[in-house]
Design a protein around this ligand. Sequence first.
Ligand code: FES
Ligand code: MG
Length: 591
Amino acid sequence: MSDTRANRKFRSQEWFDNPNNPGMTALYLERYQNQAFTRDELQGERPVIGIAQTGSDLAPCNKIHVFLVDRVKAGIRDAGGVPMEFPVHPIQETGKRPTAALDRNLAYLSLVEVLHGYPIDGVVLTTGCDKTTPAMLMGAATVDLPAIALNGGPMLDGWWRGKRAGSGTVVWESRRLLAEGQIDYDEFISRVCASAPSLGHCNTMGTASTMNAMAEALGMSLTGNSAIPAPFRERMEMAYATGRRIVEMVHEDLKPSDILTRDAFENAIVTNSAIGGSTNAPPHLQAVARHAGVALDVKDWETVGFEVPLIVNMQPAGSYLGESFFRAGGVPAVMGELMKAGRIRPGAMTATGRTMGENLEGRESLDREVITTCAAPLREKAGFLVLSGNLFDSALMKTSVISEDFQRRFLSEPGAEGVLEARAVVFEGPEDYHDRINDPALGIDARTILFIRGVGCVGYPGSAEVVNMQPPDAVIRAGINHLPTVGDGRQSGTSESPSILNASPEAVVGGGLAYLQTGDRVRLDLGARRLDALVDEAEWQARKQAWQAPEITHQTPWQEIYRTHVGQLADGGCLELATAYHRVARDLPRD
Ligand code: FES
Ligand code: MG
């Protein structure tokens, strides 16, 4: 029998049409045929398109994909492909303990294994809830099969007594009102639940909307994909168009490695500043870049992104929610405005088969109240600052959420603008924080910086969203809503706190935060991009010598595997060994 491999068009035909191995071919065929695929479909020259299904009852933020997938399949079929849906390990931000962040790398790993080991020629990545988007993009980057992201879309806007109630952001507001005694427990629950009126992911510019904006800014989705609310007709149309497009991408052999270039990442960083995006974007994009083999450093977030203005008026940095953002033109309008200001790299290739510049032609804000222009921004220089010092090599600060009150109170002392010397109070994780924050013996006042440690990738494990610590109730009642906070964990993308977070290396691996003690003086100098403990050098070295790594207890096998291989947030919190694998689809697995 002659070897027909050289003539084969698609990878899936190695499974379904291999005369050199009739035994295996028959086994592959009979099991896929018995679920109603015909031999004609499987052996014909039709690409098999995987649909990575992230929605389920356990993953409500992505549940809409369970319904959208019919439209995706219709699009794939109409374009001549064969759709095959498969499940992704659920990653529900608000459901998974100890944190969904622990599972991003697990979903990534399993996606790589599925895409490599099954007869798949291209894949639709269903995205939505925070970690689902980076997990899918990371997997696609490692495998390098043609891939396109489809967001499920944000929920409809939430309302509470005539005011917009945004996902997550309403929690941070309401817990202050609860602390002040202005609302009770039942009203607290009602306010928070009012923010979730429909299927979809968070309706604020939290991590979910941010990461989907990042997927679009990277060029990994169709133009306009990210902002369409989940229940809208346009969302179904986008699902159908995405299904059609992935089949063409397979024919064109347009792969993540053609799209995920340095230019694409710079477009994403710039877009993140303009939308007031989440502090979770840097670790997730660092991870995607590393799996794609693109050089990106945490400092690039400041050098590329800091100067960019905030032009989107959406919670937590602004007022509006997802419906308004969509009607104002969504991400293409934001990027169109950025392009007019010369801030976009227009030559970057995208999933549409055209360049970003071509996709953005004529796109601009349709509602200046929600998306303004770079000439009249909501805030100048709205990107992240990347700090260093003797407490960490790098940590991020989101400047777009620094309120005037916070700025006046903490960052503008006479003669020393942006410099704050204060007393440190240190917590060992969120349980310790909750137990002690209201203890008057800690002496927390307006001249205190709150620190939390042991909440990074290894410490927590997975890195917890806990750095936006609320001040003690008594301090809030005195009118101070935010104290400066610092930690080796993260915070929710829906938080309006200007925390200093993602500190790397984390305390449990011996980062400088480990040696800080309550009562130490610390100096924050934003101009110099530094935060330092003002501890005598000999004393600091003595603490370092005396330090012993805390004992760590794993609760599951994955926690142990994760902790053994995970890197730091500044490097994307990747499984370090996985970053050596690139374009694994080039090598077929054994038959
Ligand atoms: Fe899932 Fe916000 S909790 S998107
Ligand atoms: Mg979160």
